[in-house]
Write a protein that binds this ligand. Structure first.
Ligand SMILES: NC(=O)c1ccc[n+]([C@@H]2O[C@H](COP(=O)([O-])OP(=O)(O)OC[C@H]3O[C@@H](n4cnc5c(N)ncnc54)[C@H](OP(=O)(O)O)[C@@H]3O)[C@@H](O)[C@H]2O)c1
Length: 238
């Protein structure tokens, strides 16, 4: 119960993975603010468990309003993201901009602003960002999404280095594999990823609880880990 009473923002905390993380942290007594961008129905299922806030992380005024609502901020977990699938209807250039905003710009700006707030409040907090297996290994046709997540890893490690040694603020990244929730759920159900289990590349698809466990490790107040990328992917990127 080391997180009891601590303020934690879970951006994207209403999503498929995020809602499991939000419930786990709230269950431990943390004061969780969970954000969503557009799916209010899904977000409202967390009313009573977390403080639910609408915010598009790519919009500066939304980030400022979110941070102002959080009081003494101990933790930030960013689980926002957009698979940025390409389509005939949207020019590739526009899809790339959309991916940049959702997968890199919004998350890293919120992380930097949260670190600044923790420094102001003299809180040795923890920041956890979310990448993807496509940012670790090379999966064909994934570059629109993967390259922005790879940039996020690099920027997160720079932020960790900027804060090491003085502030006590730790910055780490979780890199999920194929998780049976949220943006991968429909693809798993369609059989798109069956070859990975049939060929025994992975033993099973991941669960949101697998990701929540890694996030919880990084949020532990008394830990000594910063600037790390933890792949929780059953070995798919090996
Ligand atoms: N599921 C997987 O297999 C998998 C694998 C690797 C990495 N990931 C990563 O894990 C994280 C969680 O994904 P998920 O599977 O749980 O997907 P999800 O259910 O689609 O959740 C994504 C969340 O992010 C929010 N969001 C998206 N863009 C946003 C923006 N610009 N500003 C604010 N919120 C935004 C969504 O809000 P609304 O729905 O309200 O718009 C939703 O709450 C993402 O970063 C994803 O890239 C997932």
């Amino acid at each position: 119960m080391a997180l009891a009473g601590l303020e934690i923002i879970v951006a994207g905390g209403t999503g498929g993975i995020g809602s499991v993380v939000t419930r786990a942290l709230a269950g431990e007594g943390a004061n969780v603010t969970a954000t969503y961008r557009s799916n209010a129905d899904r977000a409202n299922q967390l009313a009573g468990i977390a403080n639910v806030v609408q915010a598009d992380l790519a919009i500066g005024t939304d980030r400022a309003r979110l941070l102002a609502s959080a009081g003494q901020l101990y933790g930030l977990v960013v689980l926002t993201g957009d698979p940025a699938r390409t389509s005939r209807e949207e020019p590739l250039e526009q899809t790339m901009h959309r991916s940049h905003d959702a997968n890199y710009l919004g998350p890293i700006l919120l992380a930097r602003e949260s670190a600044a707030r923790m420094r102001e409040q003299n809180i040795p907090g923890s920041i956890v960002l979310t990448a993807t297996m496509q940012a670790i290994a090379l999966f064909p046709n994934s570059s629109v999404y993967a390259a922005q997540k790879a940039a996020l890893i690099h920027a997160a490690r720079i932020l960790a280095k900027e804060n090491r040694g003085t502030t006590g603020i730790r910055v780490n990244v979780i890199s999920p594999g194929i998780i049976a929730a949220g943006m991968a759920k429909a693809s798993i159900e369609s059989g798109k990823y069956n070859r990975f289990t049939e060929e025994h590349t992975i033993e099973r698809f991941g669960r949101p609880e697998d990701i929540a466990r890694g996030i919880r490790l990084f949020l532990e107040p008394d830990n000594y880990i910063t600037g790390q990328v933890l792949a929780i992917d059953g070995g798919i990127t090996l």
